[in-house]
Design a protein around this ligand. Structure first.
Ligand code: URA
Length: 251
């Protein structure tokens, strides 16, 4: 069930105040009957809502995959930086989306890659809850090259769980086991993927800092089994397919 004014706003009929005016004018019907009460609750899957005789089509939940570029923050508003919501089209600037659309977890301003935006709070809970241990995989480039002996040491330490230092208001902490895979064939390596199963603040950067290195480039490439669609340019986004939504729900 959803408030009628919210539903009309979601249906693209403008802000809640313009929707109220529309209701007052007698243009809105629910199941064929004229309705004036904006707080009336309607069942979006059953009730037929129309404005000026035109049926309002309601989209229930929205799931978007974005290739987040560096320089954008994962917040609704930010005094300093542009936000990932600024990258979305006008269709997502209705009160419904402004109230409900959110990112599943956050990426740092300088982190790129896979970001999911959705109105589906249940999915967000499943993916971000520490209990679900959903893997998030990052491509990592480090400032210092690592020789083979030390590289093996990094893998073991990540598997055992790295103790990370404090940062800002965040206390030091023990990370859960993470999976590091080195990339490239040379003797000295500076690129790897790291899969983490929780979402501590700046977790990837703090893990490598605790190992005596520094992350110079970070890109999320997968959440669970869902990989970033590399055909999306940085800053582009698209809707998830039904199969992709199912992949996320299987986490
Ligand atoms: N870990 C980080 O350090 N930064 C991110 O953006 C995501 C994970």
């Amino acid at each position: 069930m959803i408030r009628l004014d919210k539903l009309l706003a979601h249906g693209g009929l403008g802000s809640r105040s313009s929707v109220k005016k529309l209701l007052r004018s007698g243009a809105v019907t629910v199941n064929g009957k004229c309705v004036f009460d904006s707080s009336m609750r309607v069942d979006e899957s059953k009730d037929a809502v129309a404005a000026d005789g035109k049926k309002i089509e309601i989209r229930k939940e929205v799931y978007l995959m974005m290739h987040k570029p560096s320089g954008y923050v994962c917040a609704k508003r930010d005094g300093l930086h542009q936000t990932v919501f600024d990258l979305l089209g006008d269709a997502y600037r209705t009160p419904f989306f402004e109230d409900n659309l959110h990112t599943i977890g956050r990426l740092d301003c300088d982190t790129e890659g896979l970001l999911i935006l959705t109105t589906d709070g249940e999915l967000t809970h499943r993916i971000t809850s520490p209990k679900s241990e959903c893997g998030k995989t990052y491509f990592v480039r480090l400032s210092n090259k690592v020789r083979s002996g030390e590289a093996a040491d990094y893998v073991c330490k990540c598997a055992q769980g790295v103790h990370i230092g404090p940062e800002g208001r965040e206390k030091e902490a023990d990370c859960k086991s993470a999976c590091l895979v080195w990339l490239g064939s040379g003797d000295e390596k500076d690129e790897c993927t790291l899969t983490i199963y929780e979402g501590k603040f700046h977790e990837v950067k703090r893990i490598f800092s605790a190992l005596g290195n520094e992350v110079v480039y970070l890109k999320r490439i997968a959440i669970g089994a869902l990989r970033l669609d590399e055909s999306l340019e940085k800053g582009e986004w698209r809707e998830l397919s039904e199969d992709e939504i199912e992949l996320l729900y299987r986490i």
